[in-house]
Structure formats: C-alpha cells, structure tokens
Write a protein that binds this ligand. Structure first.
Ligand code: ATP
Ligand code: MG
Length: 748
C-alpha cells in the first residue's frame, strides 16, 4: 500500500530520529457508551496504523470514567470492531478505571503542592465566576483552603460522605487565562453511582482532562492522537504532566474529525435511533457503525482503504458518502463471483424450447484474475426482470420489446411473440421464441441485440429475500431523528436466484449481475430462508440522477436507457454513441459515459488517433481519466492523450497488468511523467516468465497445505485464493494469465 506521509507520521519520524522516544506507543481511547462508528474507524486506522508502521504498539483503552453511561456490551463491540478492521492491541485491553487508584494519588500530590483545591461553590455561581471569552474569571473564595483541609475534604468526598455536586476538586491554574479551559478546570466530581467495572468503591470520578493525560502517561504512550475539538484541552494536558514533573511523557496531537454527508456520527444520536426503533439495533445494515457496515457486507479492506484515501488533515471537512461506496465497489469488483438474481419476476415461456440443459458460465468477467464457474439450468419457463420488458418502449430502450430481441445472459437470444395480460391489463407473462443457433459463446445466428439481461429458470430457481437499503437520512447534513428517511429499507420477499448460489455458505458476497453487490446476511440467512443484503449498487445512482436533470432540457434530446435508467441524449451524442457501440464495439455503458461528455469523447478520440486499441483506451478514459476531468479542464491535466495511449500500449503488450496500469496512472496524474519512465523507475514491469513465478507458487502451496487439500478434494473456488496470494506476493506484478495456468498445473 502506498501511503504518502501525513503530518502525524512526520512528527513521529522526527521524534524517533531525535531520540525523544525509543518506541512509538499510541492508544485508541473510546468511551464505552455506544457502538463505534466510521469516525472511530478513522481514529483506529490512524492510531493502530501508525504504531504498526513504526514497529511500535497501540493500546486499546476504554475511557470509562463516566459510570452512568457505560456498559460491557459496548466494550465487546469496540474490541470486535478493532479486530474486524484487522488490528491487534498489545496485551490486554486497558481500562481507565483500572488506574483510578493511581490517578487519585496524583490528585493528592497536586493538593499537597498547593496546585489543587476543593471548591464548594454551587454550579451556577461557578459558571458566573468563570468569566467569558472577553472577560477574565474570578477565583472562588474556597481556593484559599489549606492543604490539610483540602486533603481531608477530598478523602471524605471519596468515601461518600457528601452528596453529588456538593464539592468538586479543581486544579489551581489561572482564572484569567485566555484559554477558558485553563480557568481552574475540574479534576474530580462526586458521583454516587455504580460503575460497571469498579463497582461501588468510588464516590468520586476523575474528569477527562485529568484522567486522560495520566492514563496516557501510565501506559507509556508517546503520541496521544485525538481530534481537533480537544485542541484547547492540550494546555491542561501539558499543565498536569509538567506540574507533576513527569518526564518522558506523551504529547498530544490533533487531527480533523471525519464527517460524512447524509450520516450522523455521534454515539448519542445513534443511540436515539436504536432506542427509538428507527433501526433494528446497532448492527442494522443502514447504521454508520462498524457493526452495521460489517453486517451490510462491507469488507474491512474497503473501510481501511477509505480511511487511507481521505487522508489525515488538520481542518475539518465533509467527505462525500459516495467515496465510501466507491471503496467497497472497488474492493468487491475484483473479488466476488457474478450470479443472476431476478428481483421483480416476470414469467417468460419459450414456446419452441423443450427439455432442459445446463449452461456453463464463468463466475468472473475476463478482466478479473479469478477462476471458477457454475452450471446454470435452462428450460422452457424462466423469469426475467419485469422492467427488462417494455411494451411501448421509449426511444433507445435496449432490452426486450415486441419488436426487439434480447440476449439472455450466458444463454440464448429470445424474441417476444405474445403478451399475456390479466383482466386489469397488467402483463403477467410473455410468450417468446429462442434462436437455437444463438447460444452464448457460439452464436452463429447473426441476430443483433442491444443488451443482455439476467434471468433464472423457474423450476430450479430458489426464492430468496433481498433487503435493499437507501440512505438512512434524507438530509445532506442531518441533525437527528427528524431527518430520518422513512423509506430507507425495502424488503423484497419474492426474489429468485440461480440455484448455484444456495449451495454456498452464508456470510458470502456476490455481484448480482446488473443489480449490485449483495451479502448473505450473517444473522438471518438460513438454508430454508436465504436472506441477502444489498451492499451497494454497481454505480453511483445519485450522481447519475443529477446528470439527468442537467441534460434533460436540451432541445430534441433523445433518450437512451442504460441498465434501467433513462438518460437524455442530444443528436451529436447519439451519433457518437452509435459509432462507439457499432464500429468500436464498446459496451453500452462505456459508450454512454464517453458520448455524453464532450471533454471525455474528445480526449478519447485524440488517444485513439495514436493507438488503435478502442476497448482498452475507452476503459481507462471512461474510468480513470473521467475521474480527473470531473473537476478539471483538459488543459489543466498534467498528462495528455498521447501518454494515455502509451500507457494502454503497455497493457496491450502485456508489459503491465490492468491493475498496475491504474497505479501508474495515479503517478501520471501527479507528476505528468511518461508512463514508461514510471514503470521502469518503480520496477513495475509485469512478470510473465513462468520460471520466475513458479518458485513463488511453490512456496505458497507449501505454506497452505490445508487449502491445497481442500482444493484437490473439489473446492475449486479456492483457486481464487491462490491467485490472490501469488499476486500479493509479487506486489500485483505477476501476469494473472500465467499465474492461473501454472496454478492449474501445480494444484492438479
Ligand atoms: P461520539 O461523539 O460519537 O460519542 P466521541 O468523540 O465521544 O464520539 P470517543 O469514544 O470518546 O468518541 O472517542 C474515541 C476516539 O475516537 C477519540 O480519540 C476520538 O477523537 C475519535 N473519534 C470519534 N469520532 C471521530 C470522528 N468522527 N473522526 C475521527 N475520530 C473520531
Ligand atoms: Mg464522547
């Protein structure tokens, strides 16, 4: 993983270099009063990530100084989240409550130094004495108490002789400090409450400002990394440690909190949703909790990549939720099998087909370096998606109509012969004919179709429940319950899936072709009642809707439908689109992206003038270049069309893989350097020589005897695992084709 150095890592490196610390020790210090959310994931990735990068360690510490809101179930959730994200804490989980005796002794020490006093002013008066930002505060009359009196009172506070709120212990710092936090901050308060760990032993509990720095010190933390809202607390942090004369002590550094649009990120507000029944618990797949993402089907890698991508900044900002969705899509794209599922079934009877057959189909598209296939049963009666048929299609509708044939994915081309309706005029069935010579992969029919749709065999398909989620909040900057989207969950009880999927275990992810990515719900899925959660769609459907609105008002706009959504096109765009799909053989989705965007199509045409590789060029331009051109003009790019052609040439020649090409592209974006130079400088040339790959494979086979046995016993899905290991071992440089061939030989 290429991680450019952020400001925190720069500080850590300097501190190691100067010898300030011998070892990096960080900590993740949540309060166990709720399930951790995606903001905590960022903090976890930073704290554990930095410790790992510099061979130090990171403690997991429950900051449990508030007895009334804490609970062991939250402790378990926090431990689980850290582990799920792939991190380990050193030794045992730490608890601030375990340090209560030590922290108490430090308080006594401060009292003895005349640096802390028991204040007995009531809350209201204390507030008024504190002053304002523009006015200095005044010290309470109790600040003059003698050391003896303070010691006596504090001990009796601890023993429980006073009522809640009767006294507090305060640090004696500076009532006129510009930083209001320094105006004699509270160190201890009285709380007659049962603590979930410490029991009833304590009647006083330390405040964050006092407990946190000392806990850090006790644990030997070097870098205490927290979010920006603690910036003003830093002065107190330093004051406590310095006044107590503690050397080799931690320092606090702040980074910006993560905020995501359409998301609330506060345990308190999330608890309201749970208690209010707007969601089904902390792990509801719509929740921005780590438990929620995990149940929905997000992978730990996708969350870690997201945290990496958004980086570490010193100023708060809002991240687009689409970026998180991009990360999960990007991760699953190369990992999960493709299968067919029909969510809203419409029966099709194929009049001229008799009998049954099994069609062999790969689980993965060609550009995914994984192998595996299944048999798909086919017979006379099938289901297709209801909106893949249109009786009166809008112009540009590419799927089945009374006049237009369509391909059934992995199977045959069918033509509509008759539409059957019920008494209300609703379509209940299509009678169709298939073309025997149009079988996928051996099509000699010469029939032209504009798209291929998913389907399932009625007899063999399994009924499944599919849960489709929309955003939990309808407002871009939601405040709380009042902004909840009432339609965020859509349960489809009667979806049908091809039978191969059901032989798999729960807890697995799939791409349902043309629909999105789905996850067998780890809690509710059973063999009898399979349940799938929609993780994310194939594309950012929100972004596309915005486009539609912008383009619609154009005069004489035609409409083209891409995977179910109607998108207006001008005449010029339509001409380009036709050329791209017919002459250049681009798929309709890529053609659509290019044709609809003038900057993209002109960039594409220019690169095409240098290199005749229409499909590969189109892929890079419609994905990678498109991302760059979203906010920039062509002349603002550091790279040009000729360089993109040079990059694609290397893919065509198998000098580099598609995956590496993306990495090279990222460099080109930054430096404008020639792709070949980047490839040479970074040693990214694809390894295709079997004699180089062979020993790596041998080693991996040796290290994974269990999986080899399982594979040989018939679990061929494990091939993907082995391919993945080899690619990982070579930093993605091994030629996937060669790897696949060699593995197939060696694993036999
Ligand atoms: P919440 O307001 O959601 O309850 P918090 O800040 O009280 O969160 P803690 O459990 O006290 O959460 O925090 C544990 C750690 O996680 C702290 O170091 C905190 O700075 C960090 N953290 C919490 N929220 C975010 C966020 N949105 N982005 C980055 N870090 C966060
Ligand atoms: Mg908090």
């Amino acid at each position: 993983m290429s991680k450019s150095k952020d400001f925190l890592r720069t500080i850590v490196e300097e501190d190691l270099k100067s010898g300030k610390y011998k070892e990096v020790v960080t900590r993740f210090p949540p309060e166990p009063n709720g399930f951790p959310h995606i903001g905590h994931a960022k903090s976890i990735c930073i704290n554990f990530g930095i410790a790992k990068d510099y061979d130090g360690h990171c403690n997991l510490r429950m900051d449990d100084t508030n007895p009334t809101t804490e609970d062991t179930k939250y402790v378990e959730a926090l431990k689980h989240a850290v582990e799920w994200l792939g991190f380990n804490w050193k030794d045992n989980v730490r608890f601030t409550s375990d340090y209560f005796p030590q922290i108490y002794n430090y308080a006594i020490e401060l009292i003895k130094m005349g640096k802390a006093y028991v204040d007995s002013t009531n809350e209201e008066e204390m507030r008024s004495l504190r002053g304002t930002v523009t006015e200095p505060g005044r010290r309470s009359k109790y600040a003059d108490r003698s050391v003896e009196e303070n010691l006596d009172l504090f001990e009796r506070m601890k023993k429980g002789e006073f009522k809640d709120g009767e006294h507090v212990l305060r640090a004696k710092i500076d009532m006129s400090a510009a930083n209001m936090k320094m105006r004699d901050p509270l160190m201890y308060r009285i709380r007659h409450a049962h603590h979930y760990r410490a029991g009833d032993e304590w009647s006083v509990y330390p405040m964050y400002d006092f407990a946190h720095c000392l806990s850090d010190y006790i644990e030997g933390v070097s870098h205490s990394i927290c979010t920006l809202e603690f910036e003003n607390n830093r002065d107190v942090y330093n004051w406590v440690l310095d006044t107590l004369g503690l050397s080799l002590r931690p320092y606090q550094h702040e980074f910006a909190r993560l905020g995501i649009n359409y998301t609330v990120m506060s345990k308190r507000k999330l608890l309201e949703l749970v208690n209010g029944g707007q969601v089904n618990g902390w792990d509801d797949p719509r929740m921005p909790t780590i438990a929620g993402y995990s149940r929905r089907g997000y992978t730990p890698e996708s969350i870690r990549n997201f945290c990496d991508q958004i980086g570490i900044a010193k100023a708060n900002s809002m991240v687009d939720v689409a970026q998180l969705e991009f990360c999960i899509r990007d991760d699953l794209n190369t990992k999960v099998p493709r299968v067919m599922c029909v969510l809203d079934p419409l029966k099709v009877t194929i009049l001229n087909y008799e009998g049954t057959e099994e069609l062999n189909a790969s689980y993965y598209p060609e550009d995914v370096p994984k192998e595996g296939s299944r048999q798909i049963p086919f017979s006379k009666e099938i289901y297709i998606e209801r909106d893949d048929f249109s009786e009166n299609p809008p112009k540009g509708y590419f799927r089945l109509t009374p006049e237009q044939p369509v391909r059934l994915k992995h199977a045959y081309i069918i033509t509509c012969k008759e539409i059957i309706k019920d008494s209300d005029g609703n379509i209940v069935e299509i009678k169709a004919e298939y073309s025997p010579d149009s079988k996928s992969g051996q099509d000699t029919s010469g029939i032209k179709v504009k798209s291929a749709i998913q389907w399932v065999d009625i007899k063999e398909a399994r009924k499944v429940e599919v849960r489709v989620y929309d955003r939990l909040f309808k407002d871009e900057a939601p405040q709380g319950l009042e902004d909840v989207n009432p339609d965020s969950l859509h349960v489809i009880k009667n979806a049908f899936i091809e039978p191969a999927v059901i032989t798999q275990k729960p807890d697995e992810r799939f791409q349902f072709e043309r629909q999105g990515y789905f996850y067998a719900d780890p809690v509710d899925y059973t063999d009898v009642k399979p349940v799938f959660n929609k993780i994310v769609g194939l594309k950012d459907s929100y972004a596309k809707k915005k486009n539609t609105v912008e383009i619609t008002p154009k005069p004489q706009a035609k409409k083209v439908q891409i995977d179910g959504e109607v998108v207006a096109m001008s005449d010029t765009e339509q001409t380009l689109f036709d050329k791209y799909t017919n002459e250049l053989k681009l798929n309709s989705e890529v053609a659509n992206t290019l044709a609809r965007d003038e900057k993209l199509s002109s960039f594409y045409e220019e690169s095409l003038a240098t290199l005749n590789s229409p499909v590969n060029l189109a892929n890079i331009v419609s994905n990678e270049v498109a991302r760059e051109l979203k906010e920039k003009q062509i002349n603002e790019l550091k790279f040009n069309a000729r360089q993109i052609a040079a990059l694609v040439k290397m893919i065509d020649d198998e000098t580099i893989s598609n995956k590496i090409a993306k990495q090279v592209f990222e460099e080109m974006v930054k430096s404008g350097e020639e792709p070949i130079k980047i490839v040479e400088a970074k040693g990214l040339i694809q390894i295709s020589d079997p004699s180089k790959i062979s020993p790596i494979i041998d080693e991996i086979i040796e290290k994974n005897p269990d999986n080899v046995t399982k594979f040989r016993e018939g679990n061929t899905k494990l091939l993907g695992f082995f391919v993945g290991q080899v690619l990982k071992a070579t930093g993605g440089k091994a030629n996937p084709k060669v790897v696949n061939e060699l593995l197939a030989q060696k694993l036999k």
